[in-house]
Design a protein around this ligand. Sequence first.
Ligand code: GLY
Length: 393
Amino acid sequence: MGEVAGRLVIVGGGVVGLSCAWQAAAHAFTAPADGVVLVDPQPGSGASWVAGGMLAPVTEAWPGEEALLELGSDSLVRWPHFAAELAAMSRADPGLRTEGTLVAAVDSGDREELDALATYLAGHGRPAQRLSGRELRALEPSLGPAVRAGLSVPGDLAVDNRALLAALLAAVANSGVRVLRQRVERVRDDGRSVTGVVLDDGTTLDASAVLVAAGAWSAALHPALARLVRPVKGEILRLRARRGALPPPSRTLRALVQGHHVYLVPRDDGRVVLGATQTEVGFDPDVTVGGVRDLLADAERVLPGIAEYALEETAASFRPGSPDNLPLLGGLGPDGLLVATGHGRNGILLAPVTADTVAALLSGGEVPAVAAVAHPGRFEVVPSVGVRTGVGT
Ligand code: GLY
């Protein structure tokens, strides 16, 4: 897409939509007073609000997902500048934490899985330091005796997702973005180019470009996105260390507990986010008894002291899953339609590279080379067969 003139409508006010709106207004899209309009019935909610906030390309790595490891690592490098620029623009602390990450294993199977992960990471230029249970407890005294071994990954960071959202909302307001608290029914086009969006009250908002950044809800907004994004439900708990309880870990703690993955991400105020379940059950909004039970049981094996913590909140939301776990970043379908969605487990991590990519696409600037793997053109719609993955990657 060359340089865009006229109005840009951004559909979705989660971390991705807000980051893109702020960067577009600040750097790429400076035309009329309402040049950038962000539409969301409740900006700053959804998966971004429920997240743990890990910035963890290495400890989220999975064999076969090397392109995601590269993209995530690139975005992590952008994070300190992104956070500093955001702090200046919002006059708020976006909550970046730089203490790093530990991964703990409980039983012998977990230890083997962790060994395999360490070998895989070393083979991809991301060596992780192997630690014994004793060494882990020296770093984090609240770890329990069940922890037998682990890894230290100091480069995987975290951010307070709710502080980040508050900062992004302020930055968006300070950059002159107009925020419309309505729901978008669909993106409208004339067969060749986008012409705007249809709102939930039946009115239309004209636009020369539309960015779909509506997370798990993106697929319904335009036929070009149908079946490319699906909801992947996650449940989290928020805990608070009470007076007299063992303090929370000082860095992000991930653990493998008899094959289950669990993470605890500390906040500055003695609170911890414990996550997360991962189920494919459509848009089922309920927090389940089984989900809460399993998260607490697994976390307690690793940090026995949490039995004394207050259980302050349970929440569920929907990660936007894509067919290959890479996001969709770029133009798709009619002229003027851009998408920034499908970020799966990594929306917060990938916000900086996503916003830089979108800003470059809007201004005709240089798109980060690493984002090429995320171009939506890799999915080819084959009539009567459906979506085939892997084309053009
Ligand atoms: N990034 C962690 C999660 O999606 O649960």
